[in-house]
Design a protein around this ligand. Structure first.
Ligand SMILES: [Zn+2]
Length: 209
């Protein structure tokens, strides 16, 4: 696991130790404020707690093993989560930190799970925000058709996350299709994440704690 230098919380000034080099947003363990990394360094976004829970098998800090996917069984820890709301309800995205140094998002929607694998394609944020269903989006010289768009609001988060996000930020979620391949894209005000996802059963996780 890679660690960045220790940082000082911009809200309370206390040093935050052992921050993973992937982390771009986190809850300060000392004052509880949500802090995020932007071009001008670490900033405080104030207090930001996630909405009340429906029961989930996942929780920040829980560790276990994921087996039964295309990869060999892998140990993991749940590092953080965010909650997205939209007109029709909400879903959660959990940031899983694997022992082998890899990270993946796990989407949880009413007991159904999708495991996301990152794809390193870059998108123009302004184009993403303007993109409509049926139009095309350029990712690294290739056009992708937009098959679905959902505008969600970041309603809560906890733990540590790999994206710089702030409370109540609008998140644009797109489903993309190109050459028979499907991708998911999520864009906040600072970061765009592109991934490929697969459905997995919750029973593939065995928890240690
Ligand atoms: Zn603090």
């Amino acid at each position: 696991m890679a660690f960045a230098d220790n940082i000082s919380c911009p809200a309370c000034g206390v040093a935050v130790e052992s921050v993973s080099a992937h982390t771009r947003s986190m809850q300060c363990p000392h004052c509880g404020n949500w802090i995020y990394l932007s071009g001008s360094g670490w900033s405080s976004a104030g207090s930001f707690t996630h909405a009340l829970d429906a029961p989930s098998m996942l929780r920040v800090g829980r560790s276990g093993v994921l087996s039964g996917t295309a990869e060999r069984p892998r140990n993991l820890t749940v590092a953080g989560r965010l909650r997205l709301t939209y007109d029709g309800g909400y879903w959660d995205e959990w940031w899983l930190e694997f022992e082998d140094g890899n990270h993946q998002w796990l989407e949880e929607d009413d007991g159904r799970y999708r495991l996301h694998s990152p794809v390193s394609l870059s998108a123009d944020l302004a184009q993403v925000k303007a993109a409509g269903v049926g139009s095309q989006l350029l990712l690294d010289n290739k056009n992708w058709f937009i098959t679905e768009r959902l505008d969600a609001t970041l309603a809560g988060s906890e733990g540590a996350l790999p994206i710089a996000i702030q409370p109540n930020e609008k998140i644009t979620c797109l489903d993309l299709m190109g050459s028979g391949e499907k991708l998911s894209l999520e864009a906040g005000s600072l970061d765009v994440t592109v991934s490929r996802s697969e459905k997995i059963a919750g029973s593939l996780f065995k928890w240690h704690n």
